[in-house]
Structure formats: structure tokens, C-alpha cells
Write a protein that binds this ligand. Structure first.
Ligand code: HH2
Length: 280
């Protein structure tokens, strides 16, 4: 988690171990396939791997803690040899505990401490903690999302959850925040959050952004889930431009290239730090 002080944008590669995730559900339910996928993302340059055993797509039904744990633990153990830090994408403290025992370093909680045991656990373990904003629950969140001012409302929510975490003993420097693109938001809400992302910087914590292949990109482009790379890259680039420091993505190699160029043009890294390239 300490690496956020680096000027480089961090890429978090998504490893879904679910039958029903919106973009790759069922592809990697077998632990061996999920580990191989994570290893591929690590080889492509992922700085972090986010392992999830419960889909949070709109309308998704929840999964029991035991099943979720059985899905993610072998994958986290298997990814240990990559040397890439793993985050566990879960809202359940019992799953988080098992994942931390298996070697995860970060808890990515899309309910931002909906489980009252989550903050004490993270305090005790000294792990990283991602606090994401969601309005409603995955089953209901897209019914009629409404805000006074989406950015102000998300910011106030995250500020309160940061306080809740630090009150429980989580070190503030271990916390990242995330506006939760697609979680109880209309297309306009999503666009406004990315456009005004820099305002979340007032929370004083690194911003993680997850736009990869999401439905707002489909709405804008008319593309199916497997055809949203171009739109995803555009949102990644503008997200970084507007203050995101960590990007949660499916397409690690392509996003990495896009943000290296973005970082260099915007002066976040010197071009001399770029890898050697063959002249073409
Ligand atoms: N989005 C998803 C899941 N977890 N975590 C954070 N911090 N931010 C996000 O934007 C975010 C997240 C949804 O994407 P995906 O994992 O691809 O699908 P599913 O929820 O169906 O597993």
C-alpha cells in the first residue's frame, strides 16, 4: 500500500472468481483458471490483483460467506508466487479475515464498512482498506438513484466512512477512496463523478477508480461488454488526468500503456523513466 506515494498510476487487475460477474462471469470459476488469469495480469504489469468471489453487478444475488471464502482462498494462495500484492474484494469480514490469512494485503470493501466487524479487523491486521461509495445494495441500486449533488454526497459519505475506519483504529494512510462508478448511479451521475473527480481529492486519500467495461460505457458507445476497451481507456485516461491514482481494470496491458503515456504527458513521470523501446 505504501507504493501510492510513487508518481506512477497503479494498475489493479481484476480476478473474478464468480459465475456471474458482468464482464467475465464464469470464465475463471475454476481456481486454476483464475490463478492463471491473475498470473497473466501480473506478467502484463499489474501493480495489484483484486480477487473477488461475489458479483456486485446490478441485480446480482448475494453468495454465502462459506462459498465466497472457498472461491477466493485457493486463488489468493496461488497468486502468492507472483509477488504482486492482492486485494480481496468482499463486503464480509469473515471472508476478508480468511483472505488476509491466505496472504491478501488489502481489503476492497464495496460497502465501505457495511459489516461492523470490518474496520476492527483491518485495524488489527494493519492491512490496506478501500472504501467505496454505493447507494442502495447491488440488488436495488440501479432502481432510482438520486442525489442532491452527486459529488458532494459521495464525498460526505466517504468522509464519514474514513472517520468510522480511523475511529476503529485503521491508520488513515492505509485508506483509499473510490466513488463507486455504476453503484447506484445514472449515466449522468457517473460522468459527473469522473469529470469532477479532483474534488474527492479534498478527502486527502488516494482515489481508486473502477470504470473498466462498465455499462455507462456501453450506453455511450452502443458496445457490448467485450467491446468496451476503447471507451474504458478513455475513461481511465481522463480519470488519471482528474486525480485517480489507482485504476481497477480488466485489460491491464492496454491500460498500463495508456496511463504511462498520460503520466508522461501530464508530467507525472519523466519520459526518461519509460522503458527502452525498439524504434519503429
Ligand atoms: N467495481 C466492481 C467490483 N468491485 N471495487 C471497487 N473498489 N471499485 C469498483 O468500481 C468496483 C469494485 C464491479 O466490477 P466487476 O468486478 O468486473 O464485476 P462484478 O461486480 O460482477 O464482479
Amino acid at each position: 500500500m505504501g507504493s501510492v506515494s510513487s508518481a506512477l498510476t497503479q494498475i489493479m487487475g481484476i480476478v473474478n472468481v464468480t459465475p456471474d460477474s458482468f464482464s467475465d462471469g464464469g470464465e475463471f470459476l475454476d481456481p486454476g483458471a483464475a490463478i492463471a488469469h491473475g498470473e497473466r495480469l501480473a506478467a502484463e504489469g499489474a501493480d495489484l490483483l483484486d480477487v473477488g468471489g461475489e458479483s456486485t453487478r446490478p441485480g446480482a444475488e448475494g453468495v454465502g460467506a462459506e462459498e465466497e471464502r472457498d472461491r477466493v482462498v485457493p486463488v489468493i494462495e496461488g497468486l502468492g508466487s507472483t509477488g504482486v500484492p492482492v486485494s480481496i474484494d468482499t463486503a464480509k469480514s469473515s471472508v476478508a479475515r480468511a483472505a488476509l490469512d491466505a496472504g491478501a494485503a488489502i481489503v476492497n470493501d464495496v460497502t465501505a464498512l457495511g459489516d461492523p466487524e470490518m474496520a476492527p479487523l483491518c485495524a488489527e491486521r494493519g492491512c490496506g482498506l478501500v472504501l467505496m461509495h454505493m447507494q442502495g445494495t447491488p440488488r436495488t441500486m440501479q432502481e432510482e438513484p438520486a442525489y442532491d449533488d452527486v459529488v458532494e454526497d459521495v464525498k460526505a459519505f466517504l468522509a464519514e466512512r474514513i472517520r468510522r475506519a480511523t475511529d476503529a483504529g485503521v491508520a488513515e494512510e492505509r485508506i483509499w477512496v473510490d466513488p463507486g462508478i455504476g453503484f447506484g448511479k445514472t449515466l449522468d451521475h457517473n460522468l459527473e463523478l469522473i469529470r469532477r473527480l479532483v474534488e474527492l481529492g479534498e478527502l486527502g486519500r488516494p482515489i481508486l477508480l473502477g470504470t473498466s467495461r462498465k455499462s455507462f460505457i456501453g450506453k455511450l458507445t452502443g458496445r457490448g461488454v467485450g467491446e468496451r476497451l476503447g471507451g474504458s481507456l478513455a475513461s481511465a485516461v481522463l480519470g488519471v488526468r482528474n486525480g485517480a491514482e489507482i485504476l481497477r481494470v480488466h485489460d491491464v496491458a492496454e491500460t498500463r500503456d495508456a496511463v504511462r503515456v498520460t503520466d508522461a504527458i501530464s508530467g507525472r513521470i519523466a519520459w526518461r523513466d519509460a522503458p527502452e523501446v525498439a524504434e519503429a
